[in-house]
Design a protein around this ligand. Structure first.
Ligand code: NAP
Ligand code: F7E
Length: 340
């Protein structure tokens, strides 16, 4: 009988890690989640699957920082996973301008060390690297696998290094190592300091009187936004291929941050200009990525992947979830909005 697969996920407590873990558990994988130890445990996004799967030993949590190579090696030797998903990262572009060294340590060096450990200790393990559209930086849209990298931040630089590291282990050492070059993807589980979630969450707080204004930076930049659920499905599909390769995942449509604000406020028939201020210096970056729009035709052709959510679905999903967080349904929120 065929043995069920096992997978390691770094970054399992994050947005993508939590959705990916759910997907793999549904496919009957044994999932090993590598979590860095913090004084207050940050496991909200995976509490439900811990409750459901830990006791039946389908989900195992290990307290290991992604930069702790020897502990990761011990774990690889002990469990010999079939697949390794490297999602852990200092993932905030704006913050990376202040934390360059740590960003490169976590995002680039850790990737190199994990791949070296796989090469030495468990060569048949498939490896996925969470690469990013930020690597394209100032390159003209639409961007695809052949587009030049022109990173504009320490985060972008760190992801370019990890991208090439992954490719190097694939080409020089024959490791199954794939890069998913993912354009922005969001969800109700998006961190609060990314612009989309900041907008939907703050709007819910405005309705209950906890906030008055949403202070944003540059809202003229453009992003190609998808839903995290669609993108983790694409990640898994990359790992089921016979041959490792690099794939862009994107919707192919981009909008400005202003467009996103307008869409969210329109759901509640509110005039966004009354509630949003822009060009707040705290959120401006020393260099910006102005225009991202992905061409994912390779993934659509080879993986047969395509996103199910469009931006309107995504805005509604995120807003409804944030309203629920503060005890409101969409209809109740619309009534409150009329009085503002
Ligand atoms: P996220 O929500 O910020 O999650 C990042 C994860 O990395 C968290 O679980 C975090 O743990 C963990 N982490 C950070 N530093 C660590 C360390 N030193 N040791 C162990 N774990 C560490 O990010 P995401 O949106 O899910 O993105 C997942 C991956 O895809 C990241 O590599 C990101 O750079 C990349 N990516 C994301 C997007 C996007 O639009 N979302 C697009 C392209 C690429 P804590 O919970 O303890 O903080
Ligand atoms: O910014 C502008 C900001 O932080 C989007 C990460 O997942 O996607 C993400 O990186 C845009 C930028 O995402 C605010 O300047 C305006 O132009 O939501 P963000 P990001 O930088 O695109 C890529 C693909 C990743 O790989 C990353 O890990 O919005 N913006 N005002 C703002 N951004 C934030 N955060 N907050 C503001 O108030």
């Amino acid at each position: 009988m065929k043995k069920n697969k096992s997978a390691f996920i770094t970054g399992i407590t994050g947005q993508d890690g939590s959705y990916l873990a759910e997907l793999l558990l549904k496919k009957n994988y044994t999932v090993h989640g590598l979590i860095r130890r913090t004084s207050v445990l940050n496991i909200d996004r995976i509490q439900e699957i811990i409750d459901k799967y830990e006791k039946i030993r389908k989900l195992k949590i290990h307290y290991i920082d992604v930069t702790d190579t020897s502990s990761i090696t011990n774990l690889i030797l002990k469990y010999k996973p079939n697949e390794f998903y490297n999602l852990a990262a200092m993932s905030h572009v704006g913050i990376s301008f202040f934390t360059g060294e740590a960003t490169l340590n976590i995002n680039s060096l850790a990737c190199y060390r994990i791949l070296e450990s796989i090469m030495k200790n468990h060569k048949s393990c498939k490896f996925y690297q969470a690469s990013s559209s930020e690597m394209f930086g100032s390159s003209k849209p639409p961007q695809n696998e052949k587009t030049e990298f022109n990173p504009q931040s320490p985060y972008g630089v760190s992801k370019v290094a990890a991208f090439h590291t992954t490719k190097y282990f694939r080409q020089a050492h024959g490791i199954f190592a794939s890069n998913g070059i993912l354009f922005n993807h969001e969800s109700p589980r998006r961190g609060l300091n990314f612009v989309t979630r900041k907008i939907t969450h703050s709007l819910a707080r405005i309705l209950i009187g906890k906030e008055k204004k949403i202070e944003l930076g540059d809202i003229s930049t453009k992003r190609d936004w998808g839903h995290s659920k669609d993108y983790v499905r694409g990640i898994w599909m990359m790992m089921q291929q016979k041959k490792a390769d690099d794939f862009v995942l994107s919707t192919g449509i981009n909008y400005s941050i202003e467009d996103f604000v307008k869409k969210v406020f329109r759901i509640l028939n509110l005039d966004w200009k009354k509630f949003v201020t822009t060009n707040n210096k705290a959120y401006l970056r020393p260099s910006e990525v102005r225009n991202l729009k992905g061409d994912s035709s390779k993934a659509r052709k080879i993986l047969k992947w395509k996103p199910k959510y469009n931006l309107d679905d995504l805005c509604l999903d995120m807003l409804k979830s944030d309203l629920k967080l503060y005890g409101m349904t969409l209809d109740e929120a619309k009534k409150i909005a009329k009085k503002l």
